[in-house]
Write a protein that binds this ligand. Structure first.
Ligand code: ATP
Ligand code: MG
Length: 596
């Protein structure tokens, strides 16, 4: 992978989440979607590029949606066009205003702003008028077949469909029946408006698909105004056309729907039929209708992840996780709370590029992008997760010193901070070994180690409790090895981090890991349900110590705790006086090593 091509624009320390709208990037990224757009612009087909992101508000967005968002919003920005956020709310009863707010929040968090916020339900009148036009033009009919009968008449992939006995109703009869469907005269499911296309088509989507169905369900935006609701394939393409979307980017499963998409766009022909949408314009809606082009790209699939809203909802509803924003969830809210960064996610999407090739991306690549971003943007701090007391015996007990540490080893703009130091400190229990394994370079009885920023200590005495557990190490500090002293350069093999016991702030730390312990939890070929692959150790809570500068921080501030990983102050639970941190990602990839 060429690094020049994929390196992210510099992210500044002051605004680590700043979106990158560098127009140059459109030239750098040469995927087939951007190439189509460049060609369309060169051929003068459009004045401006308009895209949209059309989620259904029936759940929170997940990591897969990040790809669709970065593409549609990113491309619009690169080509100086715009992107709408459109809530596809054609399925009443399943949609919740809570999800609408969540979706808006998540798109903004990823760094994007929409041109217009739209709902498919804004266009219900237009869809209805367009359906009347289709009937008048002989392109649609009201069918009385039940859903089961319709399925049977439709045929299969290997057998052609049959004409419904209602297919040849007159235009007048169809208009009358459709108006009465709209007036609420018929029961749910008793009639359907269908497109009259070709029941023998090799493409099942073209076998007289449904346009409207009767559903007497209250809609969250339109209330009880409509007893009939348009089907997705009909509403989506017409919404695109109405908003003047030029390039409608969607995932590959819609490829077979494209002929139908184009059929509705052509047959309704919104640009040439202002009578269908004039009332919207009169009400202040400004977009000029256009002929949109649907372009499909492959979904983002990640190992160790579930990207189905239904399954994510099941995890929440069955209390297998602590809500949609549980840091183990690969929802955008979960990843956010986990400490993942918008820039890191955008970097992933940019690196993977866009193609029509389906593949599963290794979760380690996502973690690598997060690490890469956090390495550049997260200040360093010291924390101890599994504390063991270390007492320096050759300093007076009252010794109290403020050491100055750089906040970032590679970037001076992060400045420095004071780290208080006193003779009693906490070190990581695993940094001491009574019987050290081969190659162990940290502290052992009679051994020496450098305490980061302090100097070299020697372990003189190991104190144990009645059960033989080590409770305290008593050490002497080589005063000549301290900063500015002649022996400051003296080398020892190991350097460890620490927190002053007198100054440290107690903290709760949640250590997160992957939610599933197999790469393909969805693969049920071994007879196990995906639920059985949940990793019981994906969340572990420990109690440790923070240097004071790590405690007095705002929720969502992210740090590298030296030698431990990247951590974020919990968005919900963190308080300066009772800190709570989540581990976003370890410093190194430990999974690939295990697997290999
Ligand atoms: P799910 O299958 O999880 O229920 P969905 O595709 O039904 O999701 P929508 O709300 O319809 O969810 O998705 C909005 C947009 O996001 C669609 O254009 C869809 O193509 C895109 N999208 C959904 N999942 C992915 C994914 N894994 N990778 C890329 N784009 C995706
Ligand atoms: Mg969908």
């Amino acid at each position: 992978m060429s690094t020049e091509k994929t390196v992210a624009a510099p992210v500044t320390a002051t605004s680590p989440d700043a979106p990158k709208t560098d127009v140059q990037r459109a030239d750098v990224q040469r995927d087939f979607v951007r190439q189509i757009i460049r060609d369309d612009l060169a051929a003068g087909r459009h004045h401006a590029i308009r895209t949209r992101f059309p989620p259904e508000p029936n759940g929170y967005l997940h990591i897969g949606h990040a790809k669709a968002i970065c593409l549609s919003f990113g491309i619009a920005a690169e080509f100086k066009g715009w992107c709408n956020l459109r809530l596809d709310d054609t399925n009443p009863g399943k949609e919740d205003p809570e999800f609408v707010e969540g979706i808006k929040d998540d798109v903004r968090w990823l760094g994007y702003e929409w041109h217009d916020l739209r709902h498919a339900s804004d266009y219900f009148d237009v869809f209805y008028r367009a359906a009347i036009k289709l009937i008048e033009d002989g392109h649609a009919y009201v069918d009385d077949l039940s859903a089961d009968e319709m399925r049977e008449y439709r045929g299969t992939l290997t057998t052609p469909g049959r004409h419904s006995p209602y297919r040849e109703r007159s235009v007048e009869e169809n208009l009358d029946l459709f108006r009465r469907m709209r007036a609420g005269e018929f029961d749910d499911g008793s009639k359907t408006l269908r497109a009259k296309i070709d029941v023998t088509s090799g493409n099942m989507n073209m076998r007289d698909p449904a346009i409207y169905r009767i559903r007497k369900v209250t809609h969250q935006n339109t209330g009880d105004a409509w007893p009939i609701y348009p089907m997705y394939d009909y509403a989506h393409c017409l919404s695109d056309a109405l908003e003047g979307i030029t390039h409608s980017l969607c995932t590959l499963e819609f490829e077979d729907h494209r002929p139908l998409y184009d059929w509705f766009v052509d047959k309704v022909d919104l640009p040439n039929h202002p009578e269908l949408w004039q009332s919207l314009h009169d009400a202040g809606f400004e977009s000029e209708p256009d002929k949109p082009r649907q372009i499909e790209f492959s979904r983002l699939n990640l190992s160790y992840c579930i990207t189905s809203k239904r399954k994510l909802a099941q995890l929440v509803n069955e209390n297998l996780v602590d809500g949609w924003d549980d840091p183990r969830m690969n929802t955008l809210r979960g990843l956010r709370r986990r400490g993942f960064t918008p820039a890191g996610l955008r970097l992933l999407i940019e690196r993977l590029g866009v193609s029509k090739q389906n593949s599963v991306i290794d979760y380690a690549i996502l973690e690598g992008c997060i690490r890469e971003d956090l390495d550049a943007t997260a200040a360093r701090r010291m924390a101890v997760l599994d504390p063991l007391k270390l007492v320096i015996t050759n300093l007076p007990a009252s010794h109290d010193e403020a050491l100055v540490f750089p906040n970032h080893p590679k970037d001076e703009s992060f400045g420095t901070r004071e780290v208080p130091f006193a003779p009693e400190i906490w070190i990581e229990r695993e940094d001491f070994a009574e019987v050290p394994p081969k190659g162990f370079h940290r502290l052992k009885p009679e051994g020496e180690v450098r305490l980061r920023g302090v100097g070299i200590v020697k372990c003189d005495e190991v104190i144990k409790d009645a059960d033989g557990n080590v409770t305290e190490l008593r050490c002497s500090l080589d005063l000549q090895s301290r900063h500015g002293m002649p022996g400051a350069d003296r080398k020892v093999k190991g350097t460890i981090h620490w927190v002053s016991a007198k100054h440290g702030v107690a903290t709760e730390i949640r250590l997160y890991d992957r939610l599933f312990n197999v790469a393909a939890p969805d693969d049920e070929s071994d007879g196990k349900s995906w639920i059985e692959h949940i990793n019981p150790d994906a969340k572990r809570t420990v109690h440790g110590w923070l240097e004071p500068a790590a405690a007095r921080v705002e929720p969502e501030q992210r740090f590298q705790f030296e030698r431990l990983g990247y951590f974020v102050a919990d968005r919900t639970d963190h308080r300066a006086e009772a800190p709570v941190f989540n581990r976003a990602v370890t410093l190194r990839d430990t999974w690939t090593k295990q697997a290999g």
